[in-house]
Ligand binder design. Structure first.
Ligand code: MOS
Length: 698
């Protein structure tokens, strides 16, 4: 074996590779956050508020402290103080992170205590026995768009031209309102972490979307130097926006500090529903005005979402059209309604997922009114530059997606008339919708080490939430080092590796890829070295992409896609079955076709789920959920998923060193609209409220 990089002539980027850790995962050898063993491990069990608003009057901690195995009961009267007056990597924290700081309960699911015991069973038994008495206050946990408290947050309106005047002058006008319900991430692996003090450092073994994100916020919460905190997150069983810093982290650190023992806190499925964020329900009004040839003269989108009374979170559904459709008058605005509920958060394709449902259904309705093919309407309104920003696109291959998708789906043979295809008691229809998601990049640091044995070690605080990020980074490093990927070891998700972007915003692989590429390139320039020239410990090069990212020219950077659905609607039961789903995407250079296809079909599967099943229902009386589990919260199961095909057209981003755009979220964008449009084509009835439940179809 040689210690120098040698030309392989092979490229790893673009080659289908199975996940590096795949075998470990499927054989159960991969250890997740709540499975790693620690000596002297104690177990914490969270107690969450069952009421929606009030004050804690009494906590029966003395009775519980005497129960078998109980080590501590933390609550607002005895917990250490933390500071939530800070700004983290993704903004100001949700005040829910200030756990056990006072007697106030601003919403259901608010943490009121942590019971710590020798075993998880003892902690659970004691937690369930803990009595908490509240002084109740009246609450309002019901979202509605006309709520008197609704307001438009600062900088959430973008206006060009006179919307009312253009609507009045349009030959064809559509004014329609759409709703989407509260939806939950509910990753397969519930939130869990273990905190301990080791040689004067706080160590947290976790399941998260960014170990530096969590480390930095824990340091700020507990007034520690960042160098005194280490967070690791080797394997993550799904995250989708919900796995940032959460109450269980704070509670675990408090207990580990007090007991000077490792403390693990795992959430139950119900706690995940109650206290880890969710997608807000939305109410969206779309107003379109078009010339007889389909050209848009007026585009209006007003999107209202729900937030808590402790923090403002905006589900930015009205952002969707800003990148998609030009019009002489273009008006998009977000409104929020604060009520007594937990704060919503990012959930896969935040904004774009519900926003695309409203806009892509509205375009279908407009096409019907115009007597135009829905794809032709989109072609007519394809912009040269950003519809609102006026900036050039880095690349925009949306029409190529429609072309390729239409060819493969057989769109040309489609009879545009609704309700004319019948198979027994089934009505058959097809529908189409566009997709987009922004493509971003953020500064990251990475190091690459040339080892004495001829291998290379990449270190970066990336997180692999199941996407195959680790494998993608090994492909990028291998190509830059000009070696086969088996010679590259990628170590991720350890905050000691330095600052890096989180696995969020479809920006992970792109942001980390830059840093890894830059470090590998610099290292390669320092090579070749003859065997034996590499000192013990290897040669390490470390880079930071802050300058590269800052120098990036201003452009509209987005991934695009076209989604095609065929549905069968049972007129006797109201059941909708998706028969075929095809997505064709223009989403930058695809690093690993195998895992990329999984990402895209995973998003599309979620889109089917969003269209037909998902809906979290809040009980007005308690402010909490009805059926906060996998029996009560319906989502697509295997039997609901037909042949799904995802593919892509050539679309390397010319402004990205690797050509990446990001594929994490676009798969769910537009799917629900394509299905709803197909249901109209099948039945002749427009359904504007998700999910398309049988009782709504009938
Ligand atoms: Mo994603 S919702 O940016 O984790």
């Amino acid at each position: 074996m040689t210690t120098t990089a040698t030309t392989t002539g092979q490229r790893s980027v673009g080659a289908a590779r199975t996940r590096i850790e795949g075998l470990e995962k499927v054989t159960g050898r991969a250890r997740y956050a709540s499975e790693l063993p620690f000596t002297e491990l104690a177990h914490g069990w969270l107690v969450l508020s069952t009421v929606a608003r009030g004050r804690i009057r009494e906590i029966g901690d003395e009775a519980v402290a005497a129960m078998p195995g109980v080590l501590a009961v933390l609550h607002h009267r005895n917990a250490p103080r933390v500071s939530i007056d800070y700004v983290g990597q993704l903004g100001a924290p949700d005040p829910i992170l200030g756990v056990f700081q006072d007697d106030r309960v601003p919403h259901a699911g608010w943490p009121v205590a942590l019971v710590v015991a020798e075993t998880s069973e003892q902690a659970r038994e004691a937690a369930e026995a803990l009595t908490v008495e509240y002084d109740l206050e009246p609450h309002d946990s019901v979202f509605r768009a006309d709520h008197p408290a609704a307001y438009t947050p600062e900088a959430q309106t973008q206006t060009k031209g006179d919307l009312e005047a253009e609507l009045a002058a349009s030959a064809v006008v559509l004014d329609a309102s759409y709703t989407t319900p509260e939806q939950h991430h509910s990753a397969m692996e519930p939130h869990a972490c273990t905190a301990r003090w080791e040689d004067g450092r706080l160590e947290v073994v976790d399941s998260n979307q960014g170990s530096m994100w969590v480390a930095d916020e824990l340091a700020k919460l507990f007034s520690l130097d960042l160098s005194a905190v280490r967070v690791r997150s080797e394997h993550v069983g799904g995250a989708f926006g919900s796995k940032g810093v959460r109450a269980h982290h704070v509670a675990a650190v408090m207990a580990a500090t007090q007991l000077q023992r490792p403390v693990r806190v795992s959430m139950t499925r119900r706690q995940v529903f109650a206290a880890t964020g969710y997608r807000s329900p939305t109410a969206q009004r779309v107003r379109l005005g078009a010339a007889p040839d389909g050209r848009l003269r007026a585009f209006g989108h007003e999107a209202t979402s729900m937030t808590s009374n402790v923090k403002e979170f905006i589900e930015s559904s009205a952002g969707y059209a800003r990148a998609m459709y030009p019009a002489d008058a273009h008006h998009t605005v977000h409104r929020v309604v604060p009520v007594d509920v937990p704060t919503p958060t990012f959930m896969r394709a935040p904004g774009e997922a519900p926003g695309s449902f409203a806009v892509e259904c509205a375009l279908d309705e407009l096409a019907e009114k115009l007597g135009m093919d829905p794809i032709a309407l989109r072609v007519r309104n394809e912009p040269e530059v950003g519809p609102v920003s006026g900036l050039p696109f880095s690349s925009r291959n949306l029409l190529a997606c429609f072309d390729e998708g239409a060819r493969r789906f057989g769109w040309a043979e489609r009879d545009p008339r609704p309700r004319v295809r019948r198979e027994g008691r089934l009505l058959i229809g097809t529908g189409v919708a566009a997709s987009t998601f922004p493509s971003g990049v953020a500064p990251s640091t990475a190091s690459v080490t040339a080892e004495q044995d001829g291998t290379f070690t990449v270190r970066i605080t990336a997180s692999d939430v199941g996407t195959g990020a680790r494998t993608a980074l090994s492909s990028i490093a291998a190509d830059e080092l000009d070696v086969t990927p088996d010679r590259v070891h990628v170590r991720i998700a350890d905050s000691d590796f330095g600052p890096a972007w989180v696995s969020g915003g479809s920006m992970g692989t792109r942001s980390w890829g830059w840093a890894v590429m830059a470090a590998a390139r610099e290292l390669r320039e320092a090579l070749p070295l003859a065997p034996g020239e590499i000192p013990e410990g290897g040669i390490t090069v470390r880079t930071d992409t802050a300058r590269l990212v800052a120098e990036l020219a201003q452009k509209e950077r987005h991934s695009f896609g076209a989604q095609f659905a065929e549905v069968a609607v049972d007129v006797a039961t109201g059941e909708v079955r998706v028969r075929r789903l095809l997505g064709v995407f223009a989403a930058g250079r695809i690093i690993n076709p195998l895992t990329a296809r999984s990402q895209l079909t995973g998003g599309m599967t979620w889109g089917i789920s969003m269209a037909l099943h998902e809906e979290a229902v809040r009980d007005e009386a308690s402010g909490g959920h009805v059926g906060a589990d996998f029996a009560g919260y319906h989502f697509a199961a295997n039997a609901d998923i037909p042949a799904i095909e995802a593919d892509w057209v050539e679309d390397p981003d010319p402004t990205d060193p690797v050509g990446i755009k990001g594929i994490g979220e676009i798969g769910i964008v537009g799917t629900a609209a394509a299905i709803a449009n197909a249901v109209w084509h099948a039945t002749g009835v427009r359904h504007r409220d998700l999910p398309l439940r049988p009782d709504r179809i009938l």
